[in-house]
Design a protein around this ligand. Structure first.
Ligand code: GUN
Length: 295
């Protein structure tokens, strides 16, 4: 049976470390501030943004959620971002994705001052990451690396297979894991919808990271004995036995994979809480960079 990589517990530990730093900053009159912009009324986005704001408050940060209607124009959205760029009490800006279809996400991201881009979505930050320079790194990839690090799982020299080439998780994670850094230095294979035989790759992998958004895709017969399995998926599947009519599952079939894996992340309570912890960590970093403070 696999050991659980407990993201909830680890994130709590990280939040407590950040709370200590926040208290020291408060003595100097500095409070890390995060603004989250939510456009429209996507229920999943509403939940994510509320959890992010709640985590900020618990850590002693200032947080502000800016809600805008779904018919917001591109100009109005960019105006919101520009106003946040100007504010000295806001160190981190995030605009929750996905945006309504008529809005251009890339054009919006380009308006965010890269020093406030705590999501690590700005092309300047993505470029710096590709070149191997410290920058803001997207929270989910960063959370996965941090979770592995805190469980003493070093990807160095390992064969890692990532499923999914999305801009938020798969692609940046592939770049990060192959860097010649402590905590990386892996041999990375990125599988996607064009991959001929996914299982032929996953069966040889020491670490499999599933981030393609297909409910319970990775099954026990697709991994090798002792593999480390990281599940990034959050999918709703119909379940009439539940009051809500659905349940949340990952991209990994937990039962069959946990029988063979050495370590596995659960859903919920795995990668999700780590993503939020890294958002806080990036906001703290942004605050220290912008105020010149040290803790
Ligand atoms: N939507 C899904 N994940 C994320 C994230 O990390 N940041 C933002 N802004 N939107 C998301």
């Amino acid at each position: 049976m696999a050991q659980i990589l407990d993201g909830k517990k680890t994130a709590k530990q990280i939040r407590s470390e950040l709370r200590e730093k926040t208290e020291k900053l408060r003595e100097k009159g500095i409070v890390p501030g995060l603004a989250a912009v939510l456009v429209g009324d996507n229920p999943a986005s509403e939940i994510y943004v509320s959890s992010k704001a709640k985590a900020c408050k618990k850590t002693g940060f200032y947080s502000e959620v800016i809600r805008k209607p779904a018919d917001l124009t591109q100009e109005q959205l960019e105006q919101v971002v520009q106003e946040l760029n100007e504010r000295t009490d806001i160190h981190g800006i995030l605009v929750q994705e996905p945006l309504p279809k008529h809005l251009n996400s890339l054009q919006m991201v380009l308006q965010i001052n890269p020093v406030k881009d705590v999501d690590g979505f700005h092309p300047a930050n993505i470029g710096m990451m590709l070149l191997g320079h410290p920058s803001f790194i997207a929270c989910t990839p960063l959370g996965i690396l941090e979770l592995l690090r805190r469980y003493d799982i070093s990807p160095s020299g390992m064969d890692v297979v990532i499923l999914g080439r999305g801009n938020i998780v798969g692609k940046p994670l592939a770049v990060l894991l192959q860097q010649k850094w402590k905590g990386s230095n892996a041999t990375v294979t990125l599988c996607h919808t064009g991959t001929r035989d996914v299982a032929s790759h996953t069966r040889n992998a020491d670490i499999v990271i599933a981030a393609m958004g297909v409910a319970e895709y990775l099954t026990g017969d697709m991994i090798k004995e002792g593999a480390v399995v990281v599940d990034v998926g959050i999918n709703r599947v119909e379940d009439s036995s539940q009051k809500k009519g659905y349940r949340v599952v990952g991209d990994v079939q937990f039962e069959s994979c946990s029988e063979k894996a050495s370590y596995i992340t659960p859903v919920p309570g795995g990668v999700g809480p780590m993503t939020i912890a890294m958002l806080l960590s990036n906001t703290m970093k942004a605050c220290m960079m912008q105020t010149g403070a040290e803790t």
